[in-house]
Design a protein. Structure first.
Length: 198
């Protein structure tokens, strides 16, 4: 197979880019139709729901459980009501009623802390349109922000990725080669010329 067979044509790249632009526009339009906005990090989800400026906290009905959310102005249809795609840490979740200046009014701000802090949510409630989580670009974070175990795992993955890029051994392969070398030194009488590291 020649290099030309492996390289995608300019037309294919353009078609994929157009398809991606159309997918993103459709996704943005679906999200804009929701009566709330939402953002997420790998650890949490924040939902903001605009409401009229004359509404007070006592006028609100906000129900949060480990697997469900309901936010409504009492006596009206819920603004959001449904099951989360994944559970939340209820004791870390909260909601507040905040005054907004642009546009003037109020909003309910709901903070949700994910139980699994290693996955992106495709939507806040399972009845809402999904976003393509494979297209999410995580915010840059510092390794120093991570706990020791997670940091060690990320550093190992980064090292292994760099080694693969330059054609070097990964940390696991290096460890196996070191063990083999040590064993060879302890057993010079053995022939290791055909040894395979797997």
């Amino acid at each position: 197979m020649s290099d030309l067979d492996q390289d995608p044509s300019t037309a294919e790249v353009a078609a994929r880019e157009l398809q991606e632009t159309e997918r993103k526009a459709k996704e943005d339009a679906e999200q804009a139709q929701l009566p709330y906005q939402w953002t997420q990090t790998i650890q949490d989800v924040d939902v903001t729901i605009p409401i009229p400026g004359n509404i007070k906290g006592r006028d609100m009905e906000v129900v949060l459980t480990k697997t469900k959310i309901k936010v409504a102005i009492k006596g009206q249809e819920p603004l959001i009501d449904g099951d989360f795609p994944h559970p939340v840490r209820l004791d870390e979740c909260s909601w507040t009623l905040e005054t907004t200046s642009n546009p003037p009014g109020k909003e309910v701000a709901v903070h949700l802390d994910k139980v699994n802090q290693m996955e992106w949510w495709p939507h806040v409630v399972t009845t809402a349109p999904k976003v393509d989580v494979s297209k999410i670009t995580p915010e840059s974070s510092k390794l120093s922000d991570l706990d020791g175990e997670t940091r060690a795992m990320v550093e190992k993955m980064m090292y292994d990725q760099r080694q693969k890029e330059i054609g070097g051994p990964t940390s696991d392969e290096q460890r196996k080669m070191d063990i083999l070398r040590k064993f060879q030194a302890q057993h010079p009488e053995m022939d290791f010329s055909n040894a395979q590291i797997g």
